[in-house]
Design a protein around this ligand. Structure first.
Ligand code: 3PG
Ligand code: MG
Length: 403
């Protein structure tokens, strides 16, 4: 069911109104500098549209995991300053309070076109408990609620699910922002009506974190390509030696069942890059999967695997990728992820719909400068995984449905 979005709001629902917008500005910061502002820039279409239609904005966001109390290093102040630089010609003010008197006062003074960013919602003990009294305080900050925080939509918190429920009970709109809508459209269409063949690529270190995604995607996809350390557990299930590689012993049986059930739909790497240690400068070798040395670990897929994956991707109509193929943050083990990223970008060029799950794979694609060559790069890591598992996202469920 499609959610109502800001595009469905009438002018009289926005002009002169205060809109509480939940965003996911949980961006990486190093030495006080934001190293990747994608999550901020991705919300600009929503913020611009609301401002142009005469609204003023109250932004709610979390940062890090301060666990219900103020942690100065997790203040949203630097994030607000960054946003101010992006929203030129607008007044963006940071308020060092979230729902108290200062926040309510600042919200009540807003004029059309003004923006305030309130302090980290997770400084409040009620937020992660989805406390309803806190949700009511948040709801009292505005006339309309917009959720554009896809990355936090898998959390049932006061600023995601709770506030939407309160707003709707008060007869006020609670709708999706443009980023939220775009995420749900891309991921939703991939699951419901993918152009075929539908190829999924899953990587990352553990099967245990991805098992529900594998199970949910297997019946929907035409091919499911496996990379990352997760492949080692499949190697073990196939009776291959895995040296000193990371293997989840307690998942070997599960991997064996999946192999039996999936037949050749599941594509396992045919070769690997191995090294004695997972560190920059370690001596590497490329070996076929039948010849993994006893004293070495698999740290990337090999070139024949990349070729095989490229061949499968060359006819794909839809590609969904989540999780790197190797330890891509170390140059020696990044070739597999790079090769697959390039093959996915080529698929976009041939007209396939290509979707990159958030988190590590999105970071790898950004690092390689290939973002613009993908149909959609998700801003949600955990959220996109849960969506692909077929689970309900509480932050989405709580919003109004489109007419
Ligand atoms: C994220 O960065 O994954 C989202 O902002 C959600 O954060 P969380 O995992 O701390 O809930
Ligand atoms: Mg997370």
């Amino acid at each position: 069911m499609r959610k109502r979005t800001i595009a469905d709001l009438r002018d009289d629902e926005l002009a002169g109104k205060r809109v509480v917008v939940r965003v996911d500005y949980n961006v990486p910061i190093e030495d006080g500098r934001i190293t990747d502002d994608t999550r901020i820039t991705s919300t600009l279409p929503t913020l611009d549209a609301l401002l142009q239609r005469g609204a003023s904005l109250v932004l709610l966001a979390h940062f890090g995991r301060p666990k219900g109390k103020p942690v100065p290093e997790m203040s949203l102040r630097p994030v607000a300053a960054h946003l101010a630089g992006l929203l030129e010609g607008r007044t963006v003010r940071f308020v060092e309070d979230t729902v108290g008197r200062e926040a309510q006062g600042a919200a009540s003074m807003l004029r059309p076109g003004d923006v305030i960013v309130l302090e980290n919602t997770r400084f409040l003990p009620g937020e992660e408990k989805n406390d309803s009294a806190l949700a009511e305080q948040m709801a009292s900050l505005g006339d309309v609620y917009v959720n554009d925080a896809f990355g936090a939509a898998h959390r049932a918190h006061s600023s995601t699910a709770g506030i939407a429920t309160v707003m709707r009970a008060q007869g006020k709109p609670a709708v999706a922002g443009l980023l939220m809508d775009r995420e749900l459209q891309y991921l939703g269409r991939a699951l419901a009506e993918p152009a075929r063949p539908f190829v999924a690529i899953l990587g990352g270190s553990k099967i245990s974190g991805k098992i529900d995604v594998i199970r949910s995607l297997l019946p929907k996809t035409d091919r499911l390509l496996i990379g990352g350390a997760m492949a080692n557990t499949f190697f073990r299930a196939m009776g291959l030696a895995t040296g000193t590689s990371l293997v989840e012993d307690d998942r070997v049986e599960m991997a064996r069942e999946l192999l039996a059930q999936a037949g050749d739909k599941l594509v396992i790497p045919v070769d690997a890059v191995v090294a004695p240690r997972m560190e920059a400068g370690a001596p590497t070798q490329t070996v076929v999967r039948e010849a993994i040395p006893a004293d070495q670990s698999v740290l990337d897929v090999g070139p024949r695997t990349v070729e095989e994956f490229r061949r499968v991707l060359s006819t794909a109509g839809t590609v969904l990728w989540n999780g790197p193929m190797g330890v891509s943050e170390i140059a020696e083990f990044a070739a597999g992820t790079r090769g697959v990223a390039e093959a996915v970008a080529e698929a976009t060029g041939r007209g396939a719909t290509t979707i990159i799950g958030g988190g590590d794979s999105a970071a790898a694609v950004a690092e390689m400068g290939l973002e613009s060559r993908m149909s959609h790069v998700s801003t949600g890591g955990g959220a996109s995984l849960e969506f692909l598992e077929g689970r309900d996202l509480p932050g989405v469920s709580a919003l109004s449905e489109a007419a």
